[in-house]
Design a protein around this ligand. Sequence first.
Ligand SMILES: *[C@@H]1O[C@H](CO)[C@@H](O)[C@H](O)[C@H]1NC(C)=O
Ligand SMILES: *[C@@H]1O[C@H](CO)[C@@H](O)[C@H](O)[C@H]1NC(C)=O
Ligand SMILES: *[C@@H]1O[C@H](CO)[C@@H](O)[C@H](O)[C@H]1NC(C)=O
Ligand SMILES: *[C@@H]1O[C@H](CO)[C@@H](O)[C@H](O)[C@H]1NC(C)=O
Ligand SMILES: *[C@@H]1O[C@H](CO)[C@@H](O)[C@H](O)[C@H]1NC(C)=O
Ligand SMILES: *[C@@H]1O[C@H](CO)[C@@H](O)[C@H](O)[C@H]1NC(C)=O
Ligand SMILES: *[C@@H]1O[C@H](CO)[C@@H](O)[C@H](O)[C@H]1NC(C)=O
Ligand SMILES: *[C@@H]1O[C@H](CO)[C@@H](O)[C@H](O)[C@H]1NC(C)=O
Ligand SMILES: *[C@@H]1O[C@H](CO)[C@@H](O)[C@H](O)[C@H]1NC(C)=O
Ligand SMILES: *[C@@H]1O[C@H](CO)[C@@H](O)[C@H](O)[C@H]1NC(C)=O
Length: 455
Amino acid sequence: MKFNKGSLITSSLLVVSTLFAQVCSLDLDLNDPKSLVNATSLVAYGLMDYYTGDQYGKTVGMFSDPYYWWEAGGAWGSMIDYWWFMQNDTYNDKIMAAMLHQVGEHNNYIPLNQSTTEGNDDQAFWGIAAMTAAERNFPNPPEDQPQWLYLAQAVFNTMALRWDADSCGGGLRWQIFTWNTGYDYKNTVSNGALFHMAARLARFTGNSSYVDWAERVWDWMESVSVISNGTYMFVYDGVTATDNCSTVTTYQWSYNQGLLLAGSAFLYNHTKSDVWHERAKKLLNASQVFFNSSTGIMYEAACQPSLTCNTDQRSFKAYFSRFLGLTASLVPETSDQIMKWLNTSAKAAAKACSGGTDGHTCGLNWFTGSWDGMYGLGEQMAALECMINTRALERPGPYTAQNGGTSKGDPAAGTEAYPTNLAALHITKGSRAGAGIITAIIGISIIACALWLVF
Ligand SMILES: *[C@@H]1O[C@H](CO)[C@@H](O)[C@H](O)[C@H]1NC(C)=O
Ligand SMILES: *[C@@H]1O[C@H](CO)[C@@H](O)[C@H](O)[C@H]1NC(C)=O
Ligand SMILES: *[C@@H]1O[C@H](CO)[C@@H](O)[C@H](O)[C@H]1NC(C)=O
Ligand SMILES: *[C@@H]1O[C@H](CO)[C@@H](O)[C@H](O)[C@H]1NC(C)=O
Ligand SMILES: *[C@@H]1O[C@H](CO)[C@@H](O)[C@H](O)[C@H]1NC(C)=O
Ligand SMILES: *[C@@H]1O[C@H](CO)[C@@H](O)[C@H](O)[C@H]1NC(C)=O
Ligand SMILES: *[C@@H]1O[C@H](CO)[C@@H](O)[C@H](O)[C@H]1NC(C)=O
Ligand SMILES: *[C@@H]1O[C@H](CO)[C@@H](O)[C@H](O)[C@H]1NC(C)=O
Ligand SMILES: *[C@@H]1O[C@H](CO)[C@@H](O)[C@H](O)[C@H]1NC(C)=O
Ligand SMILES: *[C@@H]1O[C@H](CO)[C@@H](O)[C@H](O)[C@H]1NC(C)=O
């Protein structure tokens, strides 16, 4: 995830497009299954409007500018969820093609032409989509192609190999490559995603090594206080590696809370341990910061009220909704609270999907009862995931290798000695020059964003 050059252009477009807002909203009646089917098929269609990968000259698996590669991984995860919850296989061929085209040269979701910008978190969102495909029994790829479980294990293994015990007593750095801005930051989404993948692989495979890894990552995150240990179990953004991880950046993002919540839910469901049960319940309780206290409608508290959510952040409620749905199905004691939140938010999100020339473009703010003039892949994904996850208890829980999951894996996937699988890649002269340019561009866009905020 990065600072986004596109946000300046996007925000000027918004002003224009608001003028074209239409007054017809999707009214979601959760007691009428047909209503959810109709509404979500329109929203899913709208999501796929941003997909250009099957057009001439474009890359299979990628969405149009300004969506980074990582968000495509997030979006395919949402489309797998759409297929699963709504039992609509219209897009399955596109999903399969996209997920397989982007596996990269070594079947680990590090395609070389993304490697200059790819961080641990970016890789993880593709890994999570592959894990979901395994747990939902999404059709398996042809035998000569890498399988879903294999891909999830390759992502987990390559991330685990980057565990950095040389500073702060452990943790993953944000970036894979030393030249990228953010290499000195140990962020929660990278570590939370490693924890989350470990939890899901533990439950799917039954291999206790993954439980050990989940515990290692959790303990480290607690030790540097990105998980708060007070009245509420809040999850913070990350820590700087340069001062022994003693400075916590305290932004709270819904997807980080969700990664740890659902990870704890998988671990509880698998181990039946009280420790994970308590953690899941505490993380859920603290999740209330992402719901309006009077209406119960979900929002991205750190940026939505101030209108500063960048392109990446606009998709966070999608993953949060997904992780809430998983938690409800894995930890029965959480389901009442979660379904209340999801049902309320889904109805509000549907009302916010009434924009654009198609009349069902989704906005960012779900509080208003209508479209707020924002639009984009993230907005579309968030509304879709929130709406379909109202079915979390009506569909079977995630499968495991013991109860119906058919995907084949390999515990050693991704451990071959390719450069991208190792801790920090050594920089050659040429790549350093390229990296300098990228850093400069990111630097300029930070300044641009800052100026935009000031004015
Ligand atoms: C769903 O869509 C179908 C076909 O467009 C329509 O006939 C039906 O009335 C819709 N049902 C609901 C509940 O919106
Ligand atoms: C499945 O989704 C597609 C595209 O969103 C839609 O056109 C179609 O009507 C949906 N089918 C059903 C049965 O809902
Ligand atoms: C990147 O590499 C993939 C193969 O991994 C290729 O299909 C694609 O065209 C390349 N270019 C871009 C811009 O993604
Ligand atoms: C750095 O932090 C780790 C973990 O919090 C701690 O165990 C270690 O003692 C610290 N080292 C120094 C030099 O402060
Ligand atoms: C968190 O609080 C509990 C209970 O007060 C305590 O047992 C535990 O050691 C604390 N953990 C950390 C990492 O401070
Ligand atoms: C959430 O935690 C607060 C503070 O400990 C507590 O007062 C409240 O009862 C909890 N709510 C739920 C639903 O567990
Ligand atoms: C919660 O919703 C109410 C009613 O829409 C609104 O007035 C209030 O500003 C919202 N609170 C926050 C923190 O956004
Ligand atoms: C949420 O909506 C579903 C229908 O989609 C319903 O079965 C469930 O009882 C509702 N739950 C709550 C807590 O409102
Ligand atoms: C684990 O999840 C499954 C699938 O949703 C559920 O049926 C089961 O009750 C859960 N187990 C526990 C111990 O809560
Ligand atoms: C369990 O996972 C570990 C770590 O990925 C691996 O080394 C080991 O071979 C696996 N064990 C089995 C029985 O698959």
